[in-house]
Each structure stands twice: as structure tokens, then as C-alpha cells.
Design a protein. Structure first.
Length: 439
């Protein structure tokens, strides 16, 4: 029996794709290997959002081939969609499969196995198509959490119809496409039987259901979908991944505040706090709009986690524009930041602009990461003594509804919803408070 190993790179949507692929390969009769060194087929499910992400993939290909030269390497995902020829020439790569052909991977492996048994060469084959006209939601069902085994990622939306000047994602994922309503509900029902928390994710999650002709009732939006999930499934807890700021509607925020079954966690990409930079980025909001949405969210969800993606060193970013970003972040109730150094992506409009010096980008990233770390520590200290709902994980920790990692006093079975009292801050999270001594 062929043994496979999958390594995922990048965002939660990619992780969800990897989980779906894992299920398809199991159904096709392949066995999961515990590590790349013991696998017959190693699948690298890639990201290409930055040059550093591409480099990580190339290093992994060389490492896998060095440590397991007999393995056939299959590279799929966003990097495969963007630059298939570049990957096909690397040592050990048997297939390069774009996002356009990802559901067909089990059959490719089956055919390749048969060809290999017959002695036929099978190296560097490319299977990539144009995603520009794709309207079908290309994702297999997810029936297991895989990875951490406790919090499955359910991707209900793929692609993006925005055209941010720095972003390669529309080119490698295609236009926005949504999982059909009935399929979403069925997937949630299946996962809810075994998991306490489901992470609902997408490339542009807030656009779920917005495509023309998606269903008869074009008025249905993400908030409507969540209400249906709460009403028609046994899902105990949902956590939303990233939602664009202009999709954080008052309706959605009020729904989140009205039920304990949706986590107190808001992640909204900021990218920059300077209107001039946002305009060059071709983002569809300005700093005041973002601030209004986050302040509204904080009023409804005062103890929530608030996170943002922030980019440093966008082409032409001045000292004054960077200061505007820092000042906005200082004002807002962020509890963590994902800070990214700008990386020019081939074919994007921003790549043709005069680039900010690398040393300046690096220093600004250092400054913002320091700011994010301070605000995160302040939040963890503020939560000390609070009793919060959390889901237990497999490593002796738990994750609270507002995204705090808690070191537990005693290990619990993974996948339970528990109440935990927050103690002192640790290096990366908090510790569970010791029980009060008996009187």
C-alpha cells in the first residue's frame, strides 16, 4: 500500500485544503505516513504570498529529496499554480498540480504508481489550468481535523475578486466562489459530531454567497449563514477566521455578541493605517472606516481578541505613513498582530513601483512586531483572574474563546469545552490559575 505525507504551508484555507486532500487519499486506499522520511509520496501544499514562503517550499523540496530520495514529490497549492515550471525542474518532483487540478490528485498518484510499476519515467509532470473562468467551488469534504486533531478548518469560500495591488492570490486562487449552503450545513453537522470547535475559513470569508447567481436568494450573507448553522446544526462553537473590515457588518457583530457559540475573536486585515498607502494598495476602505468597525466591535465584544494583518515597507511608504500606521494601532484594542514585510509578487501592479529599501522594511517590521507583542502582553495581563470558556487541545493546553493559549494545571482529554480561570502570563500565553486553597 502506498504511503503519503502532506506538509501544509500558509493560511487556514490551505490547511483546510490539505485536510480535504488527506481524506480523499485515504478514500483512494493510500495510507498516511507519520513523517516524510517513510512516505512513498510526499505532498507539499504550498503558499506563495511572499518570496519567503516560496523559499520555504524550495528548501523543503531539497530536504525531502535528500532525506528520502526514493519518494516522489507532488507540489500543489498556490506556488504550484503560479510558477509550475520553476518547481517541476527541482530534484525529486514528480508532479506539479495547481489549485485548478487539486481534486484530481488521488487519480494522478494512482496513474503514476501504475506507470512506475511498469518502469515508465514519471517526473516533473505539470497539471495546471486557468482559474480565471472557474465558478465551481473546488474543495472536497473535510471529515477530520487532521493536524492538531482538535479544531478542524472548514473552508466555505475560495478565491478573491478584489484586486489589491500587492496581492497574488486572485491569480492563483481565482475569483470568489462559495460552498453551496446545503453542503456547508452538511459539513458542519458531520464535524460537529466529533469536534467542539470548528474554524470557519475562506480566502475572503466575508464574501461568502456574494457571487451573482449563487442562489435564488441573493440577499443571504455570512451572518445569515451563521444563523442557519446555529439553528440547524449541533455545532457547539464556531470560530471565524479573517474577515475583511468592510464585511464586518453591524449585523454580523451583533450576532457574534448574542451567542456563546461564536468565539469572541475578530480578525480583520488592516495592512496600513495611512490612507495614501491604502489607496496605492487599492484597498476598499480608509483608516477611519477601519477604526469605526473595530471600535463598534469592541463596544459589542469588550473582552474579545482583536487581530490584524499589517504590511510594512509597501512601495513608497514614507516615515509619516508608517507613523500613521503605528498611531492607529496604538489607538485600537488589538490583542495581537500578524506583521508581514512587503514582498514583491511577480505580475502584481505593486511590483512595478519603486521599492522601499530592504533595511527600512526590516526595521519597520521589527518596530510593529514589538508593538504587537506589548499589546498582546497587556491583554493577557488584563485577563488575569477572568474565567473563560476554552477548548482543550492535544498538548496540555486550551484555547479560550478570545484566543488565549492556556497552560493547564492538569491534562484534560482533547476536544472538550471547559471553563478555565486565567492566571499569570507566560512567555507565549497564560497559565491556568491554581485552585484556591480549601478553608
Amino acid at each position: 500500500m502506498q504511503r503519503f505525507f502532506i506538509q501544509n504551508f500558509g493560511c487556514r484555507a490551505t490547511q483546510a485544503d490539505g485536510a480535504a486532500l488527506q481524506g480523499l487519499l485515504g478514500q483512494a486506499g493510500l495510507a498516511e505516513a507519520g513523517e516524510a522520511q517513510s512516505a512513498d509520496v510526499v505532498i507539499l501544499n504550498t503558499c506563495t504570498v511572499t518570496a519567503a514562503a516560496d523559499e520555504d517550499v524550495r528548501k523543503s523540496i531539497h530536504r525531502v529529496h535528500r532525506e528520502n530520495p526514493a519518494a516522489r514529490i507532488l507540489v500543489t497549492g498556490c506556488y504550484a499554480q503560479r510558477a509550475p515550471e520553476e518547481l517541476a525542474g527541482l530534484p525529486g518532483v514528480a508532479w506539479v498540480v495547481g489549485n485548478s487540478h487539486k481534486p484530481g490528485i488521488p487519480e494522478l498518484i494512482r496513474i503514476g504508481t501504475a506507470a512506475g510499476s511498469a518502469g515508465a519515467p514519471y517526473h516533473g509532470q505539470i497539471h495546471v489550468g486557468d482559474l480565471g473562468a472557474t465558478t465551481e467551488f473546488l474543495s472536497a469534504p473535510v471529515e477530520d481535523a487532521f493536524g492538531d486533531r482538535t479544531r478542524p478548518n472548514l473552508k466555505i469560500q475560495d478565491g478573491c475578486s478584489n484586486r489589491c495591488s500587492f496581492c497574488i492570490i486572485p491569480m492563483v486562487r481565482g475569483r470568489s466562489r462559495s460552498m453551496p449552503l446545503e453542503q456547508v450545513l452538511e459539513q458542519v453537522r458531520t464535524l460537529a459530531r466529533n469536534y467542539a470547535e470548528i474554524v470557519v475559513t475562506g480566502i475572503n470569508l466575508g464574501r461568502w454567497g456574494r457571487e451573482s447567481g449563487f442562489r435564488r436568494d441573493d440577499r443571504m450573507r455570512l451572518a445569515d449563514l451563521l444563523r442557519l448553522i446555529l439553528r440547524e446544526t449541533e455545532a457547539r462553537r464556531l470560530r471565524l477566521s479573517s474577515v475583511e473590515p468592510m464585511d464586518l457588518s453591524e449585523e454580523l457583530l451583533e450576532l457574534m455578541a448574542s451567542t456563546e457559540r461564536i468565539c469572541r475573536h475578530v480578525h480583520a486585515p488592516l495592512q496600513s493605517g495611512a490612507d495614501t498607502v491604502l489607496k496605492r494598495m487599492q484597498r476598499r476602505y480608509r483608516a477611519r472606516h477601519y477604526e469605526q468597525r473595530i471600535c463598534q466591535a469592541q463596544a459589542l465584544l469588550p473582552d474579545a481578541a482583536f487581530g490584524a494583518d499589517v504590511m510594512t515597507g509597501f512601495p513608497g511608504e514614507t516615515d509619516a505613513e508608517f507613523r500613521a500606521t503605528c498611531e492607529l494601532i496604538e489607538r485600537l484594542p488589538f490583542t495581537y498582530l500578524h506583521v508581514f514585510t512587503y514582498s514583491a509578487r511577480p505580475g502584481t501592479p505593486a511590483a512595478a513601483l519603486p521599492q522601499t529599501p530592504a533595511a527600512v522594511r526590516k526595521e519597520r517590521t521589527r518596530v510593529l512586531r514589538g508593538l504587537g507583542a506589548r499589546k498582546n502582553l497587556e491583554f493577557r495581563e488584563r485577563m488575569r483572574g477572568r474565567t473563560l470558556s476554552a477548548v482543550t487541545l492535544a498538548n496540555g493546553t486550551a484555547l479560550t474563546t478570545n484566543y488565549l493559549s492556556v497552560e493547564l494545571q492538569r491534562a484534560r482529554e482533547p476536544g472538550l469545552l471547559i471553563e478555565v480561570t486565567v492566571g499569570a502570563a507566560t512567555e507565549r500565553g497564560v497559565a491556568e490559575a491554581s485552585p484556591a486553597p480549601a478553608s
